[in-house]
Design a protein around this ligand. Structure first.
Ligand SMILES: Nc1ncnc2c1ncn2[C@@H]1O[C@H](COP(=O)(O)OP(=O)(O)OP(=O)(O)O)[C@@H](O)[C@H]1O
Length: 604
């Protein structure tokens, strides 16, 4: 969506509020412009000059109050009129601001909701390509800049335009010469504002990017705080932060410098303009072409005219900032969501899973999977063994359609149906995955486990935790299932996190379950206990086990060995040992390590 279309799309539902605000803002401006007229009349009335051109209503009031015979009473009357106008103007101001607040807040709420929803729907690949800190900055700081413009500046543009037209008309009706003097400076002020406007926009864009980098550094550092501590990298991280913070501060200092020059020079031009108007006014007044009251009114109109014109520069700079922010938000909203075809298939998911000649590479990368072709029989336990980076997780990401497999790169079928024809949400609901790096939300353990089946009872949650062998560990926490898990599960050990993630996946009761190296952080004994519990409870589910550890895989119905993205061997534990290939080699290496006793027990 183009940026302007984006603003309009979310703004149009608030147009009613803004229209009301605009009407009251114009009324408020009109009422304010009456006050110098009342002052003019009051001064001229008291000094006895040209009182015959008083508005009819005012003459009537003055006559009925017999003000002409009593100057003090007449001044009280003028004060009362000014007070009445000021009260009305205040009411209009209140209504205008309320309208703007309602309009802008509802607009921003819609924008925020849409952003959040959109980000939820963006593909996995998009999230992998964007830094979390930068996304957070766009959703908070950029949205705030837009909000600030819409709530404080947008209506000002219209109000200023109206005020300029009104003030100029009144001034010309009073005295053409002084009006021309006043007006001569307006193009200069406007031109000057526009030049600065374009410079400020450029600098703001840079400062905004630097802020994004800074947020990313902080976010990454906080997320990886344990790695930083473990490797004693604090100094390096502090220096890295300092460097970005310096860049950010310098950019803002330069931006501040530019703004200071703008306001300083602006003050000078404004001062000159006011000086010229006063000089011209005094000359016209001395020559008897305007009264004292008119002169005072003129100075007053000129001041109310010149400040908003100068303010236009600020509005323009805010507008440029908002423009940058709108573009950045529009960039996110322009990213294509994962399309969900309502007519896509929702077939039974308890059939064989077949990978047909998969050749896959990530965008711009070398091939990750090379002619991978195998079938996982329904209801079986299938294991995948392979070195790091051999493409095991990629296979699972393709199965779950976290990445879409282009048609020319092979196909994956479940029960004979191509997964590209299966509704994504249906596919994901029926494939439970425990990811390699499980993420737990900062909520209670119970909520974390229940996340995949919100209606589940506590007993069901406990049941899943028991199968994942984490029930007793949870009971050992002070608040049991009510224990809050910190960000990324900081209060839990790596193994406990993995087991809570397994319990969460089990709650899903999916016919296909994938364990992507999800027992790596538990000791071999617990690993075995969990596998035993899973075997007894998984029923007819098809289980895909990915691991580097032979003890985790050896009891699987079939084991596939993946080497550098290609299928190297496939068979049962015994068959693969007999083949004397890579599986046997890994087996022998692990045999000589701590897993030997377990291996021996299990093989017997
Ligand atoms: N999102 C991605 N974008 C680009 N390249 C990727 C992406 N994800 C993985 N890769 C690359 O694809 C290759 C296979 O990665 P994959 O995660 O599938 O390996 P793996 O066998 O699961 O490894 P490990 O056992 O270490 O988890 C690696 O070289 C990796 O760098």
């Amino acid at each position: 969506m183009k940026s302007k279309a984006l603003v309009w799309h979310y703004l149009r539902k608030s147009v009613g509020f803004f229209a009301v605000a605009l009407v009251f803002s114009i009324l408020n401006t009109t009422l304010n412009s009456l006050i110098p007229q009342v002052v003019r009349v009051a001064v001229d009335f008291v000094t006895g000059e040209q009182t015959e051109d008083l508005p009819g209503l005012l003459t009537g009031i003055l006559n009925s109050a017999r003000a002409r015979e009593n100057p003090a009473r007449s001044l009280l009357l003028f004060a009362a009129v000014i007070l009445a106008v000021a009260v009305l103007s205040g009411v209009c101001n209140y209504l205008s601001r309320t309208g703007v607040a309602n309009g802008s807040e509802s607009f921003i709420k819609r924008l925020r909701d849409r952003l959040f929803l959109h980000i939820q729907r963006l593909p996995y690949s998009w999230h992998n390509q964007h830094q979390t800190g930068e996304i957070i900055q766009r959703c908070t700081s950029d949205v705030d800049v837009i909000r600030n413009f819409v709530s404080n500046q947008m209506l000002e543009v219209f109000r200023t335009a109206f005020l300029v037209i009104l003030s100029i008309s009144i001034m010309f009706s009073m005295n053409v010469t002084i009006s021309l003097v006043a007006l001569a400076f307006i193009p200069l002020v406007l031109m000057y504002s526009c030049i600065f406007y374009s410079k400020i926009a450029k600098r703001f864009r840079k400062a905004d990017e630097a802020e994004g980098e800074l947020s990313s550094t902080v976010q990454e550092n906080l997320t990886g705080v344990r790695v930083v501590r473990a490797f004693g990298r604090e100094r390096y991280e502090i220096d890295r932060f300092d460097e970005r913070n310096d860049r950010f501060a310098n950019l803002w200092i330069r931006l501040g410098g530019l703004l200071s020059t703008y306001w300083g020079l602006g003050d000078l031009i404004t001062g000159l303009q006011i000086l010229c108007v006063i000089v011209a006014g005094v000359m016209e007044s001395v020559n008897g072409r305007i009264t004292l009251g008119e002169f005072l009114a003129f100075v007053s109109y000129n001041t109310t005219l010149i400040w908003p014109v100068r303010g236009l520069g600020r509005i323009l700079s805010e507008m440029s900032k908002a423009g940058v922010s709108v573009n950045r938000v529009a960039d996110i909203l322009a990213a294509e969501e994962e399309e969900e075809d309502a007519n896509a298939l929702r077939p039974p998911m308890n059939g064989d899973i077949a990978f047909h000649h998969i050749n896959y590479c990530y965008e711009g990368q070398k091939p990750v999977l090379k002619d991978v072709d195998f079938t996982i029989p329904a209801g079986s336990t299938f294991a995948i063994l392979g070195g790091t980076g051999s493409g095991k997780s990629t296979l699972m990401h393709l199965l779950d359609r976290l990445y879409d497999l282009p048609p020319e790169c092979g196909s994956i079928t479940v029960g004979g149906t191509d997964i590209s024809k299966i509704q994504r949400s249906w596919l994901r609901r029926n494939i439970g995955i425990v990811l390699q790096e499980p993420f737990l939300f900062s909520r209670t353990i119970e909520e974390n486990i229940r996340a995949t089946r919100p209606g589940a009872s506590l007993e069901e949650v406990r049941g899943a935790a028991r199968i994942a062998c984490v029930d007793s560990a949870i009971d050992g926490f002070g608040s049991g299932y009510e224990t809050i898990v910190g960000e990324r599960g900081v209060t839990l050990s790596g193994g406990q996190k993995q087991r809570v993630a397994i319990a969460r996946m089990l709650m899903q009761q999916a016919p296909i379950m994938v364990f992507d190296d999800s027992l790596s952080a538990v000791d071999t004994e617990t690993d075995e206990q969990i596998r035993e519990a899973l075997k007894a409870n998984l029923g007819n589910s098809t289980v895909i086990l990915i691991s580097h550890r032979i003890t985790t895989l050896m009891q699987a119905d079939q084991i596939l060995v993946l080497e550098d993205g290609a299928v190297e061997e496939i068979g049962t534990h015994e068959e693969l040992l007999r083949k004397n290939g890579i599986y046997k080699k890994i087996h022998d290496i692990q045999m000589s390590s701590g897993d030997r006793s377990l291996l021996e027990q299990e093989v017997v």
